[in-house]
Design a protein around this ligand. Structure first.
Ligand SMILES: C[S@@+](CC[C@H](N)C(=O)[O-])C[C@H]1O[C@@H](n2cnc3c(N)ncnc32)[C@H](O)[C@@H]1O
Length: 227
């Protein structure tokens, strides 16, 4: 399954100076691993050392959600998936600092991870927060949330599993919820309400903080796969 041996095979990342170079070199195992470290489907029990439910945060960025959720719910495991290794390592560094046992970051394309390494019907919840909007029409094909991705999410969730999808882009919200509604076995649940943030880290994600502070509306969705 996963050998936490190296993460040195990632695509070249911009180096902005000595600090970022040092960050690239820091050993972040077992908090950060990549798809190249996976040679068979991930076994959650082996990865986390327990049989607690596992949740995925797809496109986790700097990992605020994974960090807060893994602290607040120690009996749940969290795996953040992030294609940008620099962001993923940043997320992992915070987890390492907190010595967080129930959270890991997987560097690589989430779609590939879902098709090859995340076992079907194995996760209790999938979180997709603020996927890149790719504003220009010619770039829409780069968007994460396609009909195929909605199917992957569906197949990966356990029966009764939850899908959380949030965005600040109305156009993307329509696209995302449209693809989810195409799958009849997804039942829409009441959308979560905006929560008062008690401090600067008390947001669902970094993007939620950024968009709320800028006064943008946030579209929040919650769906459940039929049991
Ligand atoms: C706009 S950011 C949002 C980050 C975080 N969810 C938040 O709300 O703060 C979108 C993130 O998704 C990541 N991403 C885009 N496509 C991805 C893919 N195919 N697999 C994994 N991560 C992806 C990007 O690198 C980026 O960090």
């Amino acid at each position: 399954m996963v050998s936490h041996s190296s993460d040195t095979d990632h695509p070249p990342q911009p180096q902005s100076g000595r600090d970022s170079f040092a960050q690239e070199r820091e050993d972040l195992s077992p908090w950060f691993f990549t798809l190249s470290d996976c040679d068979s489907p991930i076994c959650w029990k082996q990865l986390f050392g327990n049989e607690h439910p596992t949740e995925l945060d797809i496109g986790c960025g700097r990992g605020l959600f994974v960090f807060n959720a893994s602290e607040n719910r120690p009996k749940t495991n969290y795996l953040g998936l992030e294609i940008d290794f620099k962001e993923g390592r940043r997320a992992a560094k915070r987890l390492k600092k907190a010595n967080r046992a129930n959270a890991r970051i997987l560097g690589g394309d989430a779609k590939r991870a879902l098709s090859q390494f995340i076992p079907k019907e194995s996760v209790a919840a999938i979180h997709v927060y603020f996927p890149d909007p790719w504003w220009k029409a010619k770039h829409h094909k780069r968007r994460l949330f396609t009909a195929e991705f909605a199917q992957q999410v569906y197949q990966t969730l356990q029966p009764g599993g939850l899908l959380h999808g949030w965005t600040d882009v109305f156009d993307y919200w329509e696209l995302m919820s449209g693809h989810i509604q195409e799958i009849e076995q997804f039942k829409e649940l009441p959308a979560p309400q905006e929560r008062f943030a008690e401090h600067n880290m008390d947001y669902q994600t970094s993007f939620e903080r950024k968009k709320r502070l800028a006064g943008w509306p946030i579209y929040r969705g919650l769906w459940q796969k039929e049991s």
